[in-house]
Ligand binder design. Sequence first.
Ligand SMILES: CC(C)(COP(=O)(O)OP(=O)(O)OC[C@H]1O[C@@H](n2cnc3c(N)ncnc32)[C@H](O)[C@@H]1OP(=O)(O)O)[C@@H](O)C(=O)NCCC(=O)NCCS
Length: 186
Amino acid sequence: MKVAPHLLIERMRSGDIPAIQAIEREIFLSPWPRNAYASELSQNQQAHYFVLRDGGRGDIIGYGGLWKVSDEAHITTIGVRAESQHQGLGTGMFAALVQRSYELGARWITLEVRVTNGHAIRLYERFGFKAIGRRRGYYTDNGEDAVVMWSDSLHAPSFKRRFVDILQGIDIVGMGPPPPSEYPHR
Ligand SMILES: CC(C)(COP(=O)(O)OP(=O)(O)OC[C@H]1O[C@@H](n2cnc3c(N)ncnc32)[C@H](O)[C@@H]1OP(=O)(O)O)[C@@H](O)C(=O)NCCC(=O)NCCS
């Protein structure tokens, strides 16, 4: 008997967009329009999007993406469907984005988050991200400010050690290897 893996990380495909939009409608005040994901997947060479899938039922549970621009990774979105939150899946999805940032050769990761989004902010802080500024009125739907967060250098030993510790607690097929311990000479 073949045992289906519990959770999988895969690249997002255009056929995944309807399921992602259904999740976005339940978890985001302003979901992205359908053509935003379609053009990210087909036209943006800097974009890297992933889904977290239930390996048994095949449902999409979460998703996330980033743009790799120069030596920075800019996380553009992350979400976990409402019924599956608070089980560590957002941590797994975020870890996959950090792992891909290492693989893509990024040296820093940045993101914006709503100032009222305590769950997300705490999640990023657990990975060692720090709030370094605010963009006033960044979210046009309700005029809310964005907190701008940055990782430390991805090759700072303390950041990497913390990340490797988090990875050890995550069991997701397709996560990819931990970053190498030596300092990269690129
Ligand atoms: C932000 C988001 C992705 C986090 O996903 P998640 O799956 O709930 O994340 P986790 O479960 O890893 O962590 C969230 C909380 O659950 C807790 N948790 C994790 N595993 C747990 C478990 N087994 N039992 C109970 N609680 C648990 C964590 O400690 C954390 O608590 P805290 O927020 O009080 O610090 C999710 O809330 C989401 O999709 N939000 C809407 C979209 C959004 O805001 N995206 C971010 C935009 S910047």
